[in-house]
Design a protein around this ligand. Structure first.
Ligand code: ZN
Ligand code: ZN
Length: 431
């Protein structure tokens, strides 16, 4: 078996790994790295050529797969760092894209947005396994921060591969049941390819239940206020959005979703029956202005959920703050960020700018009512011990994160270099 590290081995972003058995290749995820697009000032995704995206390091370099027989692309979940390059790269391979329904619907919507028809068929994987060439593929539901995330198990004649995708071990999510550890114990894993993003955090990542409590307690604090409340989280964090909606209703206000991406992720989850709580959603420009004008007249009747938790300049929250939309912040209005700042200098600067502008308008800024979607060190230890793989390949991280994962493996008895494998983008290894 040969394993290719193609993206996500030097950064958090543009994730892509491939495995080769019997001269057939299966690709696991095909993501994009958005900060590389953000730094190039005039670059916008739709108008940038695939060649240019490759040059600036925004998508994985697929050169190592040249002349290889690729039989399928499996997506672990619907975040852009896992599916965002499909519209650009998948057409090079005449093969299906496989995944759970929600991420596949997101793939289809990106293709529409980028106006890219795609020859590859989309194939939904349900509970049972799917066989393509020498690969028998299963997707096990796992908790993360977007609906229908999964760990991918690939059985082959040369042993089994366990690809975690992004995960945390959370026993208290409303939209996703915990990973079944009894099932995992039965597997005979040759290689574990694992998310390393938060391995440097000691202990375990707090449950989504904690985020629910944080949001609920704060909403309780301002329950009797007659001022405006605007909240923002990651648009794909559907469970969190649901929490904010519930809390808004609990304090007697009407929740309204404002912004294209927020409505896209929530609307899709509604349409697919993942959630069953319809709310008012504003995505079109003309409706946006008139609705915000209405809300502005009776701020105390609404909780606005807006896009822009990272301070993105074209998102709703920044546009309100910059007085480009007819909702005006006033003294003692509250803006709640139920999201962390993605730790890169661009996001940090954008968020700093936004928060400062809000404070200059006497708005109360509430931050970090949030928990991460990525496992911490002890969750990873549990995964390694349960699966007891022959090899571990850390992925989804900058080199220091991958090294920290290798160190954890070393604590668990794996030799760094020969059993805990630290790879860079573009490298491959035969095991
Ligand atoms: Zn990711
Ligand atoms: Zn993710």
């Amino acid at each position: 078996m040969k394993v290719y590290a193609l993206g996500g081995y030097e950064e958090v972003g543009k994730n892509m790994t491939a495995i080769e058995v019997d001269k057939k290749v299966l690709i696991l995820d095909m993501g994009i790295r958005l900060d590389r697009i953000m730094i190039s000032e005039d670059t916008n995704l739709q108008d940038t050529s695939t060649k240019e995206l490759n040059r600036i390091g925004a998508i994985p370099d697929i050169a190592p797969l040249k002349r290889k027989k690729v039989v399928g692309v499996v997506v672990s979940h619907g975040h852009l760092d896992h599916i965002g390059a499909i519209a650009r790269l998948a057409r090079r391979f005449k093969c299906p894209i496989l995944g759970k329904p929600y991420p596949l619907k997101l793939v289809a919507s990106i293709l529409k947005e980028e106006r890219k028809p795609m020859p590859n068929p989309l194939f939904e994987v349900q509970d049972s396994s799917v066989t393509i060439g020498p690969f028998d593929i299963r997707i096990l539901p796992v908790t993360h921060s977007i609906p229908q995330a999964g760990c991918v198990v690939v059985s082959t004649s040369e042993g089994d591969v366990f690809f975690t995708g992004d995960y945390k071990l959370d026993n208290h999510q409303r939209l996703q049941k915990p990973l079944k550890f009894s099932e995992l114990k039965k597997l005979d894993i040759k290689i574990l390819i694992t998310d390393s993003t938060n391995v440097q955090n000691e202990g375990i990542t707090p449950s989504e239940k904690v985020a629910r409590t944080l949001v609920s307690d704060y909403m309780g604090m301002i329950e009797d206020s007659d001022k405006g409340i605007v909240t923002s989280t990651f648009s794909s964090q559907v469970e969190r959005i649901l929490t904010i909606i519930d809390e808004a209703e609990r304090i007697g206000r009407k929740p309204v979703l404002v912004g294209k991406s927020l409505c896209k992720y929530y609307g899709l989850a509604l349409e697919m029956g993942i959630i069953d709580k319809p709310v008012q959603m504003i995505r079109k420009r003309d409706a946006l202005e008139s609705t915000l004008r209405e809300i502005n007249k009776k701020k105390d009747e609404y909780v606005v959920l807006a896009t822009g938790s990272q301070g993105e300049q074209d998102a709703i929250l920044s546009r309100i703050t910059d007085r480009k939309l007819p909702y005006t912040f006033g003294k003692d209005d509250t803006v709640i960020f139920s999201a962390s700042v993605v730790p890169n200098p661009l996001n940090m600067a954008a968020r700093y700018r936004l928060e400062t502008k809000l404070k200059m308008q006497d708005v109360r800024v509430v931050k970090n009512l949030h928990v991460s979607g990525h496992a911490s060190r002890e969750e990873h230890r549990k995964m390694i011990r349960t699966l007891s793989p022959d090899y571990v390949l850390p992925c989804h991280g900058a080199p220091d994160m991958l090294m920290s994962m290798a160190e954890l493996c070393n604590e668990e008895g794996y030799a760094i270099g020969s059993q805990a494998l630290v790879m860079r983008n573009g490298q491959s290894i035969s095991i």
